[in-house]
Design a protein around this ligand. Structure first.
Ligand SMILES: [Zn+2]
Length: 98
């Protein structure tokens, strides 16, 4: 027996009748559009993160980068746990205060 439930589409918010309990979209169009939008958002966040990191790293000198890498490699798990902020953040903050 099929049980129809009234629901709002996750994409266009139009009300529709869901045949199955896992129906979330009123149409295939909405399902595909929602999927595409989600994928696009993920990619944009990734690019922004990579851009942010590249930009931040480009502000540091080679000795600063090598020094930070050395600290990371020498760090014990206990020290890592006690660290309140990322090394990158610490280095950038120090640079801004100069
Ligand atoms: Zn819809």
């Amino acid at each position: 027996m099929t049980r129809l439930t009234g629901r709002a589409c996750k994409h266009c918010t139009n009300p529709f009748l869901a045949v199955r309990s896992n129906h979330r979209f009123c149409s295939t169009n909405c399902r595909v559009a929602n999927h595409r939008a989600g994928k696009k958002e993920e990619q944009e966040v990734q690019v922004t993160f990579v851009e942010y990191i590249s930009d931040a790293i480009s502000q540091l000198s080679y000795p600063e980068l090598v020094g930070a890498l050395g600290v990371l490699w020498a760090e014990t798990p206990e020290e890592m746990k006690e660290r309140k902020e990322s090394l990158l953040y610490t280095l950038l903050k120090k640079k801004q205060q100069q």
